[in-house]
Design a binder for this molecule. Sequence first.
Ligand code: XIL
Length: 908
Amino acid sequence: MKVGFLLAGLAGVVAACAQTQPTTLRGAAAPIPLLVSAAADASDESPDPLTSDPAYSSTLAAEYNMLEPENAMKWAGLHPNPPGSANEYNFGPADELVRFAQANNMLVRGHNLLWHAYNPTWLTSGGYSSAQLYTILQNHITTVVNHYKSQVFAWDVVNEALDDNTGGLRDSIWYDQPGIGLTGTGYIEQAFQWAHAADPSALLFYNEYSIEDQYCYLGVSSGDGTKFPALYAMMADFVARGVPVNGVGFQMHIDAAGCPTTAVLTEHIQKITALGLAVHITEMDVKIPDTSTASLQAQAQTYQRILNICLQNPGCTAFQTWGFTDSHTWLPTGFPLPFDSNDQPKPAFRAMLSALNAAQPPPASACTYSLDRTAVAVSGAGGAAPVAVTTWPACLWNVAGLPDWISAPAAGKGAAIAALTVAANSGAARSATITVAGASVTVTQDAACSYTVGTLSDGFSLAGGSATIPVTAGSGCPWSASSTLDWVTFSGPSSGSGNGSVSIQAAPDAGAARSGVITVAGHAVTISEGALRFVPVTPCRVADTRNPSGPFGGPAMTAASMRSFTIPESGCGIPATAQAYSLNVTVVPPGPLSYLTLWPAGQPQPLVSTLNSFQGLVVANAAIVPAGDGGAVSVFVTHPTHVILDINGYFDSPSGSAYSFYPVSPCRVADTRGAEGPFGGPAMTAGESRDFAIPSSGCSIAGVPAAYSLNVTAVPAGYLGYLTTWPAGEAQPPVSTLNSWTGKVVANAALVPAGNSGSVSVYVSNPSNVVLDINGYFGRFGEPGALSFYPVTPCRVADTRSGSGPLGAPILEAQTSRSFPIPSGGCGIPATAAAYSMNVTVVPDGILPYLTAWPTGSPQPLVSTLNSFDGTVTANAALIPAGDNGAVSIYVAGRTHVILDIDGYFAP
Ligand code: XIL
C-alpha cells in the first residue's frame, strides 16, 4: 500500500507571504508541507476546554493543521457499554472534536482502535471468550472506522503492543488474556485488515513508545534495545505480505536530557520510511524539572532537534505534541508542552516555529519517487497524458527534456500528477523520451488523425429509412457528426473515437424529392430521398404519327391540338415506374409550325416551346420531360404536323441499372472538320457510320460511363436526311438524332448509351461533317460528385424578350455573353442544383452562327449549343453544369433573344 496522501484541504491556509515569515506553526508548516498537530482532550476533563475555553480552542485552531483526541476515541470513551446495550457507543465528544477540526480546516487523526489500557470495565471484567472477543473487536473497529469514514484520515489502529523488555508482545486482553484467538502478531494484522475493510482510504498506523532510542533511556551508550528491532521485524513482515499498514507512530514522551540521540532516532525513522511507511511523531512532550531559563532553553532545543530530525526525512509527515499547553497535560509534573500554564508561548514554541520557517526542501537523495508508468501512448489527436508521481509530500521533482509537441508543468511536489499534454500530430508517428521525477518516460504518438467516411450505398425512397455510415479513424482519434437537415437525425451516438459508425434516420418525405449533406468526421455525406437516376435505353421509337392510326401512330396532329402518349405502353420497354423520360422529338410539318410543347400529362400546359419550325422543315430536338398521369406525356402543336418521339433513356428510383449523372465542363470530343484521326477528319460520307471511342478522347472522363450527354452538331455538305447516334456494337436503330433538310448547320442534344469500349456510333444519311461535344456522363453511383435527377414540369426560367433584370430583357447583342442566375428564377430550382436540363431557344435578329452555354466562372469552351444559320427560331436541349452561384453563361455569335426553359436539374 502506498502512503501518497496529499495535504488536501490545507492549501487554503498557507499564510506565508513574500516579505513576512509565518508566525503560526501551521502557517510555517504549510509550504513544507508538514502536518503539525496537538492532541486535545475532549473527554477526561470537565468542562472540556475545547468547548469551554475560547483561548484554548482558538490557539489550537490558529497553530495546528491536524487534531487528535487524547482520549475521546479510545474504547472507554467511545464504547462505554457492552454489545446489546441501548447506549453501547458514545460518539458525542469525539464527534464534537471532529466538527471543530473540520470547521477549522484541520485533519483528524484517530487514536486508537486497540490498546491494552483505557478499556471499559464491561470489557476487561466481562469474562469473554476468545471467540467473543474476536467478534467484539471486529464489531468495534468496523463500527468506529465506518462512523468516521472519510473524516478521520489516519488511525492508530494498534497502540503499544510490544513488550518493554523481551522483544515479544505485551500481555493483553487482545493478545493472550485470552486474546482473540490468533497467534503471534496475527491479532495486530487482523485489526489492520478490519480497519482497512471499513475505510480503504484511511491511513493505518501502528503507534509505540520507546522505539526512538531505547538504549539511551536505559543508559546504554549505543544499540537498538529490544523494542525497535521487534517493531521493525513486524513492519517489514507486514509490508512484505501486503498487510494494509501505512505508517508508524513514534510517541516521543521524553525529557530534555538528551535522549533519544539524533543518530539513533534518525536511523530508526529512516529504516521505517525505507519500508515505504510514513512516520508520524505522535505524542511528543518534553519534561523539565523546573521553569528556569536553562530548563526552558534545554526543552526548546529538544523540541527543535526532534522536529529537525523529522524535517530531514520527507517520510516523516506529521509532528504532534501530546497536548499543547502546560495548563492541560496528562503529566502531573514536568511543564512538558510548548505553551505555559497561562497558555503563553514558551521558548519551545519559538524554537519549533523557527525550525519550521527555516526548513529546506529535503535533498532529492532523501526522497524516493515512483511513477505509475514509464511509457505513454497518445493518439494522433493528442491530449492529456498524465503520469502519476508517488513520493513524500515534501519532495520536489522536475519534468525535463520536453520536445515542442509536449507541454507540462516544469516541476511538482509530493504525490501528484505530472500533467503532460501532447499536441495534435500533423505528420508521421513520433516519440520522445522525457524525464519525470528523475525517471525516463517514453511518449509515443500515432500519426496525424485521418478519417475515412463511407458513403451510403444508395439514396432513400420517399418513404425515408435508416442507414449506417462507417467511420474509419486511428485509435483515439475523435470525430463527430452533425446534421443541419431537419429530416435527417442520428439514431445513435453522433460522436466517437477510432473506428465506428453513425446511424442515421431519414424521415419520410411527403413532398418532392430532396437531398442534402450531413457532416461526418469532417466529410460531407450526401443523403437523398426520392432522387432519380438515369437508365439509358438504346434509342427506340416510341411514337410516329406517320404510321397507321393507333395510340403511338397516326393520325397526324391538327392545328392547336393536344395529344397524350402513354410511354410505358409503347414497344420500347419503359417501366411504369419511370419518373421522367429523355426523348428526342421530331416534327415533320406540311407548313410552318410556330411551336411544339411537351409536358407531363394531366398538368396544365406550360408556356414553353420544345421546338419550332417556322419554315415548315423537319426539326428534331431533345427533351427531358416528367412522366404525367399513367406515365403519359402530352404534346401540343400550334399547326398541323407529324410528330415522332424517340426515347434514349428514362429516370427512375435508384436501382442496379440506374446511373448517376457526372457533369463535365463542356468539351469537344470530335470534329470531323479537323485533321484526320479517330476524333477528326475526314468528313463522313453518305450512308457512313463511324464509331467514336469517347473515353480515349481529349475530354477527360474520370469514371466508367454508362451513357453520355452529348451535343451533336451536323455541318452538312447539303441536304442531310437524318443523323442517328446509338451505342457502338448494337444494331443501328431507326431513329433520328437530328435533321438538316436545308443543309444548314444543326445541333441537338442526345443522351447516348455507351457501347463497346465506351464508344458511340454515328450514322449520316448524306455527306456531313459531325461535331460531338460532351457535357456530362452517367455512371455508377458512389463516385465523388455523383448527381441524381430531380424532374421539373417544364418551366420558363429566362426570356430576354420580356421583363427586365438578369433573367429578362434586353436582347443579347452579337458577340456578347451574359450570365443567367437560374436559382433566382421562378422555377423553384434549389441552390444545390449542380447541373440543369434545359431547352435553349433563340429568336435571332438575323444569322446566328452559334450559341454556347457553359457554367459561369469557367472559361468559355469551344462548343456550340445550337446554331441558326438561317436566322430562324431554333430550340435545342442541353445539360449545362451550374456555375458560380448556380448561374449559366451564354455567348451568342449574333444578335438574338434567348429563352431558357428548364425541365429538371441534377443535384446530390
Ligand atoms: C493518555 C492520556 O493522555 C490520558 O489523559 C489518559 O488518562 C491515559 O492515556 N500513550 C498513549 C496515550 O498512547 O493514549 C496516553 O494518553 C499516553 C501514553
